[in-house]
Design a protein around this ligand. Sequence first.
Ligand SMILES: Cc1cn([C@H]2C[C@H](O)[C@@H](COP(=O)(O)OP(=O)(O)O[C@H]3O[C@@H](C)C(=O)[C@@H](O)[C@H]3O)O2)c(=O)[nH]c1=O
Length: 214
Amino acid sequence: MQYRELSVPGAFEITPKQFGDARGLFLEAFKAGPFVDAVGHPFDLQQANCSVSAAGVLRGIHFADIPPSQAKYVQCLRGAVLDVVVDIRVGSPTFGRWDSVLLDDVDRRSIYLSEGLGHAFMSLEDNSTVMYLCSAGYAPDREHGIHPLDPTVAIAWPTTTRDGAPLTPQLSPKDEAAPTLAEAEAQGLLPTMEAVSSYLATRRDEAKYARTGQ
Ligand SMILES: Cc1cn([C@H]2C[C@H](O)[C@@H](COP(=O)(O)OP(=O)(O)O[C@H]3O[C@@H](C)C(=O)[C@@H](O)[C@H]3O)O2)c(=O)[nH]c1=O
């Protein structure tokens, strides 16, 4: 299992080792040790989600108020999605930057997004099945969105499926009505880098105390 930090700090691509045999294959989908080594504190599992999406479905860009926000460890069990992380932390040196990982049933990668980051994905084929672990329970009143087609963020969403068929983005009414990044910032909805850093420092201190007693 290999962790690679993306160009948005706090987000990682995780590539598992797959063991194929006559029966099929096996892989470790999540492991606590490598996670702590890469991220600096344990993953606090509070909820696991699953969504199934037709080709072209575009979910996000979503984020939750901090503290505690909601960190996510995402994988695609069937089909393929382009999974995107957006730096929406006001004061971050990489504010507004996005990065992506192809999650599919071939390489079976995961992406981890720490607290305070924006998350979105587009399904690249029918029935793409995404499973993700969350560090906090769903709190609808604390969830927010940014329009995934905001031209300032300018995410390069795929225009075709893996087979080359054209894709039309399909958004929920809630995501269609979401503000741009600039509007969300003006409305005071975005997390600050300071709040994120302070929350993560507490998580790391707690983890160190649990390990060493000091
Ligand atoms: C996210 C969520 C939704 N729901 C319900 C609310 C609603 O009726 C239905 C669909 O919700 P949404 O339209 O918000 O689903 P969706 O657009 O798939 O939202 C998800 O998008 C991705 C990108 C994320 O990062 C997730 O955290 C989550 O925000 O499911 C829950 O009961 N629990 C949950 O944790």
